[in-house]
Design a protein. Structure first.
Lengths: 224, 224
DNA sequence: TTTCGTATACCTAGTGGTGGGTATCTGCTG
DNA sequence: CAGCAGATACCCACCACTAGGTATACGAAA
Protein backbone atom coordinates (compact mmCIF):
# COMPACT_ATOMS: atom_id res chain seq x y z
CA UNK A 1 0.00 0.00 0.00
CA UNK A 2 2.76 2.40 0.85
CA UNK A 3 4.68 1.74 -2.32
CA UNK A 4 4.92 5.14 -3.86
CA UNK A 5 8.15 4.53 -5.68
CA UNK A 6 6.84 5.32 -9.15
CA UNK A 7 5.43 8.49 -7.73
CA UNK A 8 8.54 9.63 -6.04
CA UNK A 9 10.66 8.80 -9.00
CA UNK A 10 9.38 10.25 -12.23
CA UNK A 11 11.66 7.97 -14.22
CA UNK A 12 10.16 4.81 -12.78
CA UNK A 13 9.11 2.20 -15.28
CA UNK A 14 5.81 1.63 -13.58
CA UNK A 15 2.79 2.86 -15.50
CA UNK A 16 1.14 5.65 -13.56
CA UNK A 17 -2.58 5.18 -13.20
CA UNK A 18 -4.86 8.03 -13.99
CA UNK A 19 -5.67 9.76 -10.75
CA UNK A 20 -9.24 9.62 -9.53
CA UNK A 21 -10.75 13.05 -9.47
CA UNK A 22 -12.35 14.30 -6.30
CA UNK A 23 -14.84 17.04 -5.58
CA UNK A 24 -14.38 18.21 -2.03
CA UNK A 25 -17.25 20.03 -0.31
CA UNK A 26 -17.02 21.68 3.09
CA UNK A 27 -17.89 25.13 4.32
CA UNK A 28 -14.69 25.21 6.35
CA UNK A 29 -12.10 26.51 3.96
CA UNK A 30 -9.26 25.62 6.24
CA UNK A 31 -10.23 21.98 6.22
CA UNK A 32 -10.67 22.16 2.47
CA UNK A 33 -7.17 23.59 2.10
CA UNK A 34 -5.75 20.99 4.44
CA UNK A 35 -7.33 17.93 2.91
CA UNK A 36 -6.56 19.07 -0.61
CA UNK A 37 -2.95 19.47 0.33
CA UNK A 38 -2.81 16.08 1.98
CA UNK A 39 -4.33 14.35 -1.00
CA UNK A 40 -1.96 16.10 -3.36
CA UNK A 41 0.66 13.70 -2.08
CA UNK A 42 -1.39 10.70 -3.02
CA UNK A 43 -0.59 8.83 -6.23
CA UNK A 44 -4.16 7.71 -6.66
CA UNK A 45 -6.30 10.74 -6.01
CA UNK A 46 -6.52 14.34 -6.92
CA UNK A 47 -8.78 17.06 -5.62
CA UNK A 48 -10.03 18.53 -8.86
CA UNK A 49 -12.35 21.09 -7.37
CA UNK A 50 -13.61 22.32 -4.04
CA UNK A 51 -16.87 23.94 -2.99
CA UNK A 52 -17.99 25.62 0.19
CA UNK A 53 -21.70 25.11 -0.28
CA UNK A 54 -24.08 22.56 -1.71
CA UNK A 55 -25.19 24.95 -4.41
CA UNK A 56 -21.67 25.57 -5.58
CA UNK A 57 -21.00 21.84 -5.61
CA UNK A 58 -24.03 21.17 -7.78
CA UNK A 59 -23.06 23.84 -10.26
CA UNK A 60 -19.61 22.28 -10.57
CA UNK A 61 -21.18 18.88 -11.17
CA UNK A 62 -23.23 20.23 -14.02
CA UNK A 63 -20.16 21.17 -16.03
CA UNK A 64 -17.58 18.70 -14.74
CA UNK A 65 -17.22 15.04 -13.94
CA UNK A 66 -15.81 13.61 -10.76
CA UNK A 67 -15.04 10.09 -9.66
CA UNK A 68 -15.69 10.81 -6.02
CA UNK A 69 -17.35 13.50 -3.98
CA UNK A 70 -16.26 13.97 -0.39
CA UNK A 71 -18.69 16.20 1.43
CA UNK A 72 -19.46 17.54 4.85
CA UNK A 73 -22.94 16.89 6.18
CA UNK A 74 -23.46 20.28 7.75
CA UNK A 75 -23.61 22.69 4.87
CA UNK A 76 -25.08 26.10 4.19
CA UNK A 77 -28.02 26.36 1.77
CA UNK A 78 -28.48 22.64 1.15
CA UNK A 79 -28.11 19.95 3.78
CA UNK A 80 -25.76 17.09 3.07
CA UNK A 81 -28.72 14.84 2.41
CA UNK A 82 -30.20 17.19 -0.15
CA UNK A 83 -26.85 17.52 -1.84
CA UNK A 84 -26.41 13.74 -1.97
CA UNK A 85 -29.80 13.27 -3.55
CA UNK A 86 -29.27 15.99 -6.11
CA UNK A 87 -25.77 14.73 -6.88
CA UNK A 88 -27.11 11.25 -7.51
CA UNK A 89 -29.28 12.48 -10.31
CA UNK A 90 -26.61 14.68 -11.87
CA UNK A 91 -23.72 12.23 -11.69
CA UNK A 92 -25.15 8.78 -10.93
CA UNK A 93 -21.82 6.99 -11.17
CA UNK A 94 -19.93 9.27 -8.82
CA UNK A 95 -18.96 7.74 -5.48
CA UNK A 96 -19.94 9.74 -2.43
CA UNK A 97 -18.26 9.90 0.94
CA UNK A 98 -19.67 11.93 3.80
CA UNK A 99 -17.15 13.52 6.14
CA UNK A 100 -19.00 14.75 9.18
CA UNK A 101 -18.39 15.64 12.78
CA UNK A 102 -21.56 13.94 13.97
CA UNK A 103 -22.00 10.30 14.83
CA UNK A 104 -25.75 10.15 14.76
CA UNK A 105 -26.99 6.71 13.75
CA UNK A 106 -30.23 8.07 12.31
CA UNK A 107 -28.36 10.42 10.01
CA UNK A 108 -25.95 7.72 8.93
CA UNK A 109 -28.78 5.36 8.12
CA UNK A 110 -30.62 7.96 6.12
CA UNK A 111 -27.52 8.83 4.16
CA UNK A 112 -26.75 5.20 3.45
CA UNK A 113 -30.28 4.75 2.20
CA UNK A 114 -29.74 7.81 0.03
CA UNK A 115 -26.87 5.95 -1.57
CA UNK A 116 -23.61 7.15 -0.10
CA UNK A 117 -20.61 4.85 -0.26
CA UNK A 118 -18.70 5.93 2.79
CA UNK A 119 -19.11 7.76 6.07
CA UNK A 120 -16.16 8.97 8.10
CA UNK A 121 -15.76 11.37 10.97
CA UNK A 122 -13.69 14.50 11.19
CA UNK A 123 -12.03 13.06 14.23
CA UNK A 124 -10.67 10.28 12.05
CA UNK A 125 -7.21 10.53 10.57
CA UNK A 126 -6.09 11.39 7.11
CA UNK A 127 -5.26 7.74 6.64
CA UNK A 128 -8.87 6.80 7.26
CA UNK A 129 -9.95 9.11 4.49
CA UNK A 130 -7.48 7.56 2.07
CA UNK A 131 -8.63 4.08 3.07
CA UNK A 132 -12.20 5.12 2.43
CA UNK A 133 -11.30 6.51 -0.98
CA UNK A 134 -9.62 3.26 -1.96
CA UNK A 135 -12.57 1.23 -0.78
CA UNK A 136 -15.17 3.19 -2.69
CA UNK A 137 -13.28 3.16 -5.98
CA UNK A 138 -13.19 -0.62 -5.57
CA UNK A 139 -16.97 -0.50 -5.43
CA UNK A 140 -17.09 -1.26 -1.76
CA UNK A 141 -18.52 0.72 1.11
CA UNK A 142 -16.55 2.21 3.96
CA UNK A 143 -17.64 3.21 7.42
CA UNK A 144 -15.34 4.58 10.04
CA UNK A 145 -14.93 2.24 13.02
CA UNK A 146 -17.07 4.28 15.36
CA UNK A 147 -19.87 4.45 12.87
CA UNK A 148 -20.00 0.75 12.20
CA UNK A 149 -19.92 0.10 15.93
CA UNK A 150 -22.82 2.45 16.27
CA UNK A 151 -24.85 0.73 13.60
CA UNK A 152 -24.19 -2.67 15.13
CA UNK A 153 -25.24 -1.38 18.51
CA UNK A 154 -28.37 0.07 17.01
CA UNK A 155 -29.30 -3.19 15.34
CA UNK A 156 -30.33 -4.55 18.72
CA UNK A 157 -32.94 -1.91 19.26
CA UNK A 158 -36.37 -2.77 17.90
CA UNK A 159 -35.98 0.39 15.96
CA UNK A 160 -37.44 2.91 13.65
CA UNK A 161 -38.93 4.63 16.66
CA UNK A 162 -37.95 7.98 15.55
CA UNK A 163 -38.40 9.37 12.16
CA UNK A 164 -40.34 12.56 11.95
CA UNK A 165 -42.38 13.37 8.88
CA UNK A 166 -41.38 16.33 6.77
CA UNK A 167 -44.22 18.37 8.14
CA UNK A 168 -43.21 17.54 11.67
CA UNK A 169 -39.64 18.57 10.97
CA UNK A 170 -40.95 21.82 9.53
CA UNK A 171 -42.94 22.47 12.69
CA UNK A 172 -40.01 21.54 14.89
CA UNK A 173 -37.74 23.96 13.05
CA UNK A 174 -40.19 26.76 13.65
CA UNK A 175 -40.57 25.81 17.29
CA UNK A 176 -36.81 26.01 17.55
CA UNK A 177 -36.96 29.52 16.14
CA UNK A 178 -38.93 30.59 19.17
CA UNK A 179 -42.24 30.85 17.41
CA UNK A 180 -45.33 30.01 19.45
CA UNK A 181 -47.91 27.57 18.18
CA UNK A 182 -50.09 30.46 17.13
CA UNK A 183 -47.34 32.11 15.16
CA UNK A 184 -46.49 28.84 13.47
CA UNK A 185 -50.13 28.41 12.53
CA UNK A 186 -50.09 31.85 10.92
CA UNK A 187 -46.86 31.18 9.07
CA UNK A 188 -48.01 27.85 7.67
CA UNK A 189 -51.62 28.89 7.09
CA UNK A 190 -52.96 26.08 9.19
CA UNK A 191 -55.01 25.94 12.36
CA UNK A 192 -53.40 26.35 15.73
CA UNK A 193 -55.01 23.00 16.60
CA UNK A 194 -53.11 21.32 13.84
CA UNK A 195 -49.87 22.75 15.07
CA UNK A 196 -50.69 21.47 18.53
CA UNK A 197 -51.36 18.01 17.17
CA UNK A 198 -48.08 18.00 15.31
CA UNK A 199 -46.27 19.10 18.43
CA UNK A 200 -47.88 16.32 20.41
CA UNK A 201 -46.90 13.76 17.81
CA UNK A 202 -43.36 15.08 17.75
CA UNK A 203 -43.16 14.88 21.52
CA UNK A 204 -44.36 11.30 21.45
CA UNK A 205 -41.98 10.28 18.69
CA UNK A 206 -38.93 11.90 20.19
CA UNK A 207 -39.70 10.79 23.73
CA UNK A 208 -39.37 14.33 24.99
CA UNK A 209 -41.71 15.67 27.64
CA UNK A 210 -41.43 19.38 26.99
CA UNK A 211 -39.94 22.11 24.87
CA UNK A 212 -36.49 21.57 26.29
CA UNK A 213 -36.34 17.98 25.13
CA UNK A 214 -37.58 19.06 21.72
CA UNK A 215 -34.84 21.59 21.28
CA UNK A 216 -32.21 19.16 22.42
CA UNK A 217 -33.54 16.65 19.93
CA UNK A 218 -33.43 19.28 17.23
CA UNK A 219 -29.82 20.04 18.04
CA UNK A 220 -28.85 16.40 18.18
CA UNK A 221 -30.39 15.84 14.78
CA UNK A 222 -29.03 18.96 13.19
CA UNK A 223 -32.38 20.50 12.57
CA UNK A 224 -31.23 23.87 13.84
CA UNK B 1 6.15 38.12 2.07
CA UNK B 2 6.25 35.39 -0.54
CA UNK B 3 10.03 35.35 -0.71
CA UNK B 4 10.76 31.81 0.16
CA UNK B 5 13.94 31.57 -1.87
CA UNK B 6 16.17 30.58 1.01
CA UNK B 7 13.69 27.88 1.81
CA UNK B 8 13.40 26.45 -1.65
CA UNK B 9 17.12 26.56 -2.19
CA UNK B 10 19.10 25.01 0.62
CA UNK B 11 22.29 26.62 -0.67
CA UNK B 12 20.96 30.13 -0.37
CA UNK B 13 23.13 32.54 1.52
CA UNK B 14 20.23 33.88 3.53
CA UNK B 15 20.25 32.95 7.18
CA UNK B 16 17.32 30.71 7.95
CA UNK B 17 15.35 31.83 10.94
CA UNK B 18 14.48 29.33 13.60
CA UNK B 19 10.99 28.10 12.95
CA UNK B 20 8.37 29.02 15.49
CA UNK B 21 7.00 25.94 17.19
CA UNK B 22 3.28 25.36 17.22
CA UNK B 23 1.04 23.22 19.38
CA UNK B 24 -2.08 22.37 17.42
CA UNK B 25 -5.20 21.33 19.34
CA UNK B 26 -8.38 20.04 17.73
CA UNK B 27 -10.49 16.96 18.28
CA UNK B 28 -10.83 16.54 14.54
CA UNK B 29 -7.81 14.53 13.53
CA UNK B 30 -8.38 15.13 9.88
CA UNK B 31 -8.14 18.88 10.35
CA UNK B 32 -5.08 18.36 12.51
CA UNK B 33 -3.46 16.30 9.78
CA UNK B 34 -4.40 18.82 7.14
CA UNK B 35 -3.20 21.94 8.91
CA UNK B 36 0.00 20.29 10.01
CA UNK B 37 0.72 19.35 6.44
CA UNK B 38 -0.05 22.82 5.17
CA UNK B 39 2.20 24.45 7.72
CA UNK B 40 5.02 22.04 6.94
CA UNK B 41 5.48 24.06 3.78
CA UNK B 42 5.96 27.27 5.69
CA UNK B 43 9.48 28.58 6.29
CA UNK B 44 8.47 30.28 9.52
CA UNK B 45 6.38 27.77 11.41
CA UNK B 46 6.43 24.18 12.41
CA UNK B 47 3.78 22.09 14.09
CA UNK B 48 5.81 20.52 16.86
CA UNK B 49 2.97 18.61 18.49
CA UNK B 50 -0.74 18.01 18.15
CA UNK B 51 -3.39 17.13 20.70
CA UNK B 52 -7.00 16.05 20.38
CA UNK B 53 -8.14 17.16 23.80
CA UNK B 54 -7.48 19.94 26.27
CA UNK B 55 -6.06 17.51 28.78
CA UNK B 56 -3.57 16.13 26.30
CA UNK B 57 -2.57 19.65 25.32
CA UNK B 58 -1.89 20.62 28.92
CA UNK B 59 0.23 17.56 29.51
CA UNK B 60 2.32 18.41 26.48
CA UNK B 61 2.76 21.96 27.74
CA UNK B 62 4.14 20.71 31.02
CA UNK B 63 7.08 18.99 29.39
CA UNK B 64 7.55 21.08 26.26
CA UNK B 65 7.67 24.68 25.17
CA UNK B 66 5.78 26.17 22.30
CA UNK B 67 5.79 29.59 20.71
CA UNK B 68 2.18 29.41 19.65
CA UNK B 69 -0.85 27.31 20.43
CA UNK B 70 -3.59 27.05 17.85
CA UNK B 71 -6.67 25.51 19.36
CA UNK B 72 -10.26 24.71 18.60
CA UNK B 73 -12.84 26.13 20.95
CA UNK B 74 -15.09 23.09 21.05
CA UNK B 75 -13.06 20.45 22.79
CA UNK B 76 -13.75 17.32 24.78
CA UNK B 77 -12.98 17.33 28.51
CA UNK B 78 -11.99 20.98 28.81
CA UNK B 79 -13.64 23.83 26.96
CA UNK B 80 -11.44 26.11 24.92
CA UNK B 81 -11.77 28.79 27.58
CA UNK B 82 -10.60 26.46 30.33
CA UNK B 83 -7.68 25.35 28.21
CA UNK B 84 -6.70 28.94 27.47
CA UNK B 85 -6.71 29.85 31.13
CA UNK B 86 -4.75 26.81 32.16
CA UNK B 87 -2.28 27.31 29.32
CA UNK B 88 -1.69 30.88 30.38
CA UNK B 89 -0.41 29.77 33.76
CA UNK B 90 1.74 26.97 32.39
CA UNK B 91 3.30 28.85 29.49
CA UNK B 92 2.64 32.56 30.00
CA UNK B 93 4.65 33.67 27.00
CA UNK B 94 3.03 31.37 24.51
CA UNK B 95 0.80 33.05 21.92
CA UNK B 96 -2.67 31.63 21.57
CA UNK B 97 -4.90 31.54 18.54
CA UNK B 98 -8.40 30.14 18.65
CA UNK B 99 -9.62 28.39 15.51
CA UNK B 100 -13.33 27.86 15.85
CA UNK B 101 -16.39 27.29 13.74
CA UNK B 102 -18.54 29.62 15.82
CA UNK B 103 -18.85 33.34 15.43
CA UNK B 104 -20.46 34.15 18.74
CA UNK B 105 -19.46 37.63 19.89
CA UNK B 106 -19.87 36.74 23.56
CA UNK B 107 -17.45 33.85 23.23
CA UNK B 108 -14.95 35.94 21.32
CA UNK B 109 -15.06 38.67 23.92
CA UNK B 110 -14.59 36.25 26.76
CA UNK B 111 -11.65 34.62 25.04
CA UNK B 112 -10.02 37.94 24.29
CA UNK B 113 -10.40 38.88 27.92
CA UNK B 114 -8.82 35.55 28.81
CA UNK B 115 -5.81 36.67 26.83
CA UNK B 116 -5.86 35.08 23.40
CA UNK B 117 -3.96 36.75 20.62
CA UNK B 118 -5.99 35.70 17.63
CA UNK B 119 -9.37 34.35 16.64
CA UNK B 120 -10.06 32.87 13.24
CA UNK B 121 -12.84 30.76 11.79
CA UNK B 122 -12.68 27.36 10.24
CA UNK B 123 -14.33 28.80 7.19
CA UNK B 124 -11.31 31.03 6.70
CA UNK B 125 -8.52 29.99 4.41
CA UNK B 126 -5.14 28.56 5.13
CA UNK B 127 -3.68 31.93 4.23
CA UNK B 128 -5.67 33.58 6.98
CA UNK B 129 -4.16 31.20 9.50
CA UNK B 130 -0.67 32.00 8.29
CA UNK B 131 -1.40 35.72 8.45
CA UNK B 132 -2.62 35.27 12.00
CA UNK B 133 0.51 33.38 12.95
CA UNK B 134 2.73 36.13 11.58
CA UNK B 135 0.73 38.79 13.40
CA UNK B 136 0.90 37.13 16.78
CA UNK B 137 4.62 36.44 16.65
CA UNK B 138 5.01 40.15 15.97
CA UNK B 139 3.17 40.74 19.23
CA UNK B 140 0.05 41.90 17.53
CA UNK B 141 -3.47 40.58 17.65
CA UNK B 142 -5.34 39.08 14.76
CA UNK B 143 -9.06 38.68 14.22
CA UNK B 144 -10.60 37.22 11.12
CA UNK B 145 -12.59 39.75 9.12
CA UNK B 146 -15.97 38.42 10.14
CA UNK B 147 -15.04 38.47 13.77
CA UNK B 148 -13.81 42.03 13.81
CA UNK B 149 -16.95 43.08 11.94
CA UNK B 150 -18.95 41.34 14.60
CA UNK B 151 -17.17 43.11 17.40
CA UNK B 152 -17.57 46.47 15.75
CA UNK B 153 -21.26 45.81 15.27
CA UNK B 154 -21.54 44.81 18.88
CA UNK B 155 -19.81 47.93 20.11
CA UNK B 156 -22.95 49.89 19.30
CA UNK B 157 -24.93 47.95 21.84
CA UNK B 158 -24.61 49.62 25.19
CA UNK B 159 -24.13 46.73 27.41
CA UNK B 160 -22.50 43.72 28.88
CA UNK B 161 -25.87 42.07 28.92
CA UNK B 162 -24.61 38.58 29.10
CA UNK B 163 -22.91 37.23 32.12
CA UNK B 164 -24.98 34.96 34.27
CA UNK B 165 -24.20 34.44 37.92
CA UNK B 166 -23.13 31.01 39.07
CA UNK B 167 -26.51 30.36 40.60
CA UNK B 168 -28.22 31.34 37.40
CA UNK B 169 -26.01 29.03 35.41
CA UNK B 170 -26.86 26.26 37.85
CA UNK B 171 -30.56 26.89 37.32
CA UNK B 172 -30.13 27.05 33.58
CA UNK B 173 -28.31 23.75 33.52
CA UNK B 174 -31.18 22.11 35.39
CA UNK B 175 -33.73 23.71 33.10
CA UNK B 176 -31.79 22.26 30.21
CA UNK B 177 -32.05 18.83 31.81
CA UNK B 178 -35.80 19.03 31.42
CA UNK B 179 -36.55 19.68 35.07
CA UNK B 180 -39.54 21.87 35.81
CA UNK B 181 -39.28 24.82 38.15
CA UNK B 182 -40.81 22.77 40.92
CA UNK B 183 -38.35 19.96 40.49
CA UNK B 184 -35.45 22.39 40.43
CA UNK B 185 -36.75 23.92 43.65
CA UNK B 186 -36.77 20.49 45.26
CA UNK B 187 -33.29 19.66 44.03
CA UNK B 188 -31.76 22.90 45.25
CA UNK B 189 -33.80 23.13 48.46
CA UNK B 190 -35.17 26.55 47.58
CA UNK B 191 -38.63 27.88 46.95
CA UNK B 192 -40.29 27.49 43.60
CA UNK B 193 -40.69 31.28 43.64
CA UNK B 194 -36.96 31.73 43.81
CA UNK B 195 -36.46 29.46 40.87
CA UNK B 196 -39.00 31.47 38.95
CA UNK B 197 -37.20 34.68 39.77
CA UNK B 198 -33.91 33.24 38.62
CA UNK B 199 -35.51 32.09 35.41
CA UNK B 200 -36.93 35.55 34.83
CA UNK B 201 -33.55 37.14 35.38
CA UNK B 202 -31.90 34.65 33.06
CA UNK B 203 -34.48 35.38 30.39
CA UNK B 204 -33.88 39.09 30.75
CA UNK B 205 -30.11 38.76 30.64
CA UNK B 206 -30.02 36.44 27.69
CA UNK B 207 -32.64 38.32 25.74
CA UNK B 208 -34.64 35.16 25.25
CA UNK B 209 -38.42 35.14 25.48
CA UNK B 210 -39.07 31.53 26.32
CA UNK B 211 -37.61 28.13 27.07
CA UNK B 212 -36.48 27.66 23.50
CA UNK B 213 -34.28 30.72 23.54
CA UNK B 214 -32.89 29.65 26.88
CA UNK B 215 -31.83 26.26 25.61
CA UNK B 216 -30.29 27.76 22.51
CA UNK B 217 -28.34 30.14 24.70
CA UNK B 218 -27.21 27.23 26.84
CA UNK B 219 -26.00 25.40 23.77
CA UNK B 220 -24.27 28.44 22.34
CA UNK B 221 -22.42 28.97 25.61
CA UNK B 222 -21.53 25.36 26.14
CA UNK B 223 -23.58 25.00 29.26
CA UNK B 224 -25.00 21.70 28.17
C1' DT C 1 -20.84 53.15 55.32
C1' DT C 2 -23.53 53.15 51.57
C1' DT C 3 -24.20 50.96 47.52
C1' DC C 4 -24.38 47.08 44.49
C1' DG C 5 -24.88 42.40 43.12
C1' DT C 6 -26.58 38.05 44.31
C1' DA C 7 -29.70 34.93 46.21
C1' DT C 8 -33.61 34.43 48.49
C1' DA C 9 -39.06 34.67 48.65
C1' DC C 10 -43.91 35.92 47.60
C1' DC C 11 -48.21 37.68 44.69
C1' DT C 12 -51.33 38.10 40.68
C1' DA C 13 -52.68 37.64 35.92
C1' DG C 14 -52.30 36.06 31.81
C1' DT C 15 -50.41 33.14 28.15
C1' DG C 16 -49.14 29.05 26.28
C1' DG C 17 -47.86 24.16 26.30
C1' DT C 18 -49.25 19.24 27.55
C1' DG C 19 -52.19 15.17 27.36
C1' DG C 20 -56.39 12.93 26.73
C1' DG C 21 -59.60 12.38 23.27
C1' DT C 22 -62.07 12.17 18.18
C1' DA C 23 -62.56 12.86 13.24
C1' DT C 24 -61.97 13.91 8.16
C1' DC C 25 -59.44 13.86 3.81
C1' DT C 26 -55.63 12.49 0.89
C1' DG C 27 -52.52 9.51 -1.35
C1' DC C 28 -49.94 5.39 -1.49
C1' DT C 29 -49.51 0.42 -1.46
C1' DG C 30 -50.51 -4.39 -1.10
C1' DC D 1 -60.42 -2.00 -3.10
C1' DA D 2 -59.07 -1.94 1.62
C1' DG D 3 -55.91 -0.49 4.77
C1' DC D 4 -52.59 2.63 6.48
C1' DA D 5 -49.89 6.76 7.20
C1' DG D 6 -49.79 11.57 7.12
C1' DA D 7 -51.76 16.07 7.48
C1' DT D 8 -55.45 18.42 8.81
C1' DA D 9 -58.88 20.08 12.58
C1' DC D 10 -61.42 20.53 17.03
C1' DC D 11 -62.45 20.09 22.29
C1' DC D 12 -61.38 20.25 27.19
C1' DA D 13 -58.83 20.14 31.50
C1' DC D 14 -54.68 20.94 33.67
C1' DC D 15 -50.51 22.79 34.68
C1' DA D 16 -46.16 25.17 33.59
C1' DC D 17 -44.13 29.19 32.12
C1' DT D 18 -44.01 34.39 31.50
C1' DA D 19 -44.39 39.17 32.98
C1' DG D 20 -45.38 42.64 36.00
C1' DG D 21 -44.58 43.77 40.74
C1' DT D 22 -42.26 43.98 45.91
C1' DA D 23 -39.11 42.72 49.56
C1' DT D 24 -35.32 40.88 52.72
C1' DA D 25 -30.55 39.36 53.82
C1' DC D 26 -25.71 39.09 53.04
C1' DG D 27 -21.12 39.95 51.48
C1' DA D 28 -18.06 42.55 48.53
C1' DA D 29 -16.64 46.76 46.61
C1' DA D 30 -16.42 51.73 46.31
Amino acid sequence: MSDKSWFKNPFSRATPMIKRSILLVDDHRILLDGVKNLLSESPDFEVKDTATSGKEALQLMKSNEYDIMVTDYELPELTGLELIRAAKSVLPDMKMIVLSMHDDPAVVKELLRAGIHGYILKKDTHKTLVDALHKVVANRRFLSDEISDLLIQMADEPEEKGVLTTREVEILRLVAKEYSSRQIAEILFISERTVETHRKNILKKTGATNLVGLIKYAYANNLI
